[in-house]
Design a protein around this ligand. Structure first.
Ligand code: GLU
Length: 422
């Protein structure tokens, strides 16, 4: 039976996640009961809590922690601080974590958390108080064997240190394994900060081999200059590609001869944006997505490449460092244009993969070298890329559906093997 895509509102991330699941479930021939189990998050916690602001006022915030699946292991997924955070967004992000962990075959379920707030308008003290109180609110759900948070949009190693400290204080002893993406000095892993970007570049290298293209001198445009985007720019620049355009929420910059990503980073740290970087022209985010380049890396938010602008995309390869940047209708347009997509649940899985390494190091109380971390990461990203590519051939589907078939198939198999209690 053909899937009626018009039933899904593609402007909503969770609807997109449900449609993507529907497509994979049909291909896998999953029965209705299994589909229902995989559609719905296992557990949703919504918390409302007060934070004392610097001016003495009390403000109330709403936060979420959602465990989509615990079938293949503890919940795993980041915590997002952003004005867009709501129940629907966190539901989608939690489900994407389930499929992502399964695609790269690490022993986790999927979870996600977030607080609706605007961190750009908050002081460090306010963010720390918000983080500690939010941690206290979700403490019953998290723990090294239960659900392990990590950084996501507008959270970082410092946020993880506050979570680890608050949780440890509640337990009465130090529990480094409750979060990943911590500072290295308190049990973080070498390479974790750059892992999403590094994994994305490993996946790009494999995709280019698959397409018979060269990374040396390939032109790259990157949307988003946060942790994933800025590190991807610096790593891909180092291995010989030319980063011709980058952007952030305020706009973008372009230089046909190539930007120096490390210098752009310094400019952003100074001025809060990549815009007005001296050695290049200012461009809009729309112009960046339509850039004539070999590789486009969306590394910002969901719902960026849609049916409205997909026909403008000129890149040959799209590497999704962000979660959910492309809608299903946009996928169809991009495929018609012959554009190759490395889908988010494969392309950005380097972050959660090195989170897994960090958690393993914490459990064993030992530390890996950066070389060990990156070697293991490369192995997993390469293996996963070719696992997905093999499915595209066998099933005659595009990369996204293949990745979903692999992820959903593994979770469905684990569900069947465990059986239903009682
Ligand atoms: N927030 C990242 C993601 O979306 C990392 C999650 C993790 O390391 O648990 O994949």
């Amino acid at each position: 039976m053909a899937i009626d895509k018009t039933k899904y509102d593609e402007t909503k991330p969770h609807q997109v996640a449900l449609l993507q699941l529907e497509i994979a479930a049909e291909r896998l021939g999953l029965d209705e009961g299994m589909k229902l189990k995989l559609q719905n998050p296992k557990r949703i916690l919504i918390v409302n809590f007060p934070v004392k602001m610097d001016n003495g006022e009390l403000r109330n915030f709403t936060g979420y922690r959602i465990q989509h699946s615990l079938t293949r292991g503890p919940g795993k997924g980041g915590i997002r601080y952003h004005p867009s955070v709501d129940l629907e967004e966190v539901k989608a992000l939690a489900a994407w974590m389930t499929w992502k962990a399964a695609v790269v075959n690490i022993p986790y379920g999927g979870a996600k958390g977030g607080v609706q707030c605007n961190p750009k308008e908050m002081s460090k003290g306010e963010l720390e108080r918000l983080t500690r109180r939010y941690t206290w609110e979700i403490a019953p759900l998290i723990g090294p064997e239960k659900d392990i948070p990590a950084p996501d949009v507008y959270t970082n190693a410092e946020t993880m240190a506050w979570i680890m400290d608050t949780y440890s204080t509640l337990q009465g002893y130090s529990v480094p394994g409750v979060v990943t993406g911590k500072p290295v000095a308190i049990g973080g892993s070498l390479g974790r900060n750059e892992a999403t970007a590094q994994g994305c570049v490993y996946a790009i290298e494999e995709a280019l081999k698959h397409l018979g293209m060269d990374l040396e001198k390939a032109t790259v445009a990157i949307q988003g200059y946060g942790n994933a985007g800025s590190n991807a720019a610096q790593i891909i620049h180092k291995v010989g590609a030319i980063v011709i355009a980058v952007s952030d929420s305020k706009g973008g910059i372009y230089n046909a001869d190539g930007l120096d990503p490390a210098r752009v980073q310094k400019h952003k740290e100074k001025t809060d944006s990549v815009v007005n970087y001296g050695e290049g022209d200012n461009i809009t985010n729309e112009e960046l997505l339509a850039m004539d380049c070999d590789i486009l890396i969306p590394a910002a938010m969901e719902n960026q490449i849609t049916k409205e602008n997909a026909h403008e995309v000129k890149a040959k390869l799209i590497a999704e460092a962000a979660n959910g940047p492309t809608t299903p209708s946009a996928d169809d347009i991009l495929y018609d244009k012959g554009i190759f997509i490395i889908p988010d649940i494969l392309c950005n899985a380097g972050g959660v993969t090195v989170s897994y390494f960090e958690w393993v190091q914490n459990i064993q109380s030992l530390f890996w070298t950066l070389e060990e971390v990156n070697n293991q990461l490369a192995k997993i990203m390469k293996r996963s890329f070719w696992d997905v590519a093999a499915i595209t051939k066998k099933e005659k589907v595009h990369m996204r559906t293949a990745a979903w078939m692999l992820g959903v198939g593994r979770v469905a198999e684990a569900t069947r093997l465990r059986g239903i209690y009682p």
